[in-house]
Ligand binder design. Structure first.
Ligand SMILES: [Zn+2]
Length: 123
């Protein structure tokens, strides 16, 4: 069974974000600068969002996954059976959390962001 089949058929898991091109990623950063986080310096924004051109979402290998149990991209996702299943089984399909707690890149913990890489298991 494919990872995508399981994501769509178990625990109400859904893909929230998949591929984002450079232009749209630039728009996300601009929106963050001018609207949502108007008082945040760019350094604060870049702790949460990769600079355009540097996101794994450009590669087609990364997906942000959520479930209907909690809001999208919320920390409470970690408390759901869906996240427990991903934590325990996603690596079997070559998917790993790119930014686990205390990750070497200094990014915030992104428990929804999973990337395919058979050569980089983090378990
Ligand atoms: Zn992501």
């Amino acid at each position: 069974m494919l990872f995508s089949d399981i994501v769509f058929s178990h625990f109400g898991l859904t893909v929230l974000v998949a591929v984002v091109n450079f232009h749209n990623f630039s728009l996300i950063i601009c929106r963050a600068l001018h609207i949502a986080w108007a008082r945040s310096p760019i350094a604060d924004i870049l702790e949460v969002l990769a600079p355009p051109g540097c996101s794994e979402h450009h590669t087609g290998r990364a997906v942000d996954i959520g479930s209907g149990e909690v809001g999208p991209l919320e920390a409470e996702f970690e408390l759901t059976p869906a996240f427990t299943w991903l934590h325990d089984h996603a690596h079997q399909f070559g998917f790993n959390l790119s930014f686990p707690q205390g990750n070497e890149f200094g990014y915030l913990y992104e428990l929804w962001h999973w990337c395919f890489s058979e050569r980089r298991p983090n378990r």
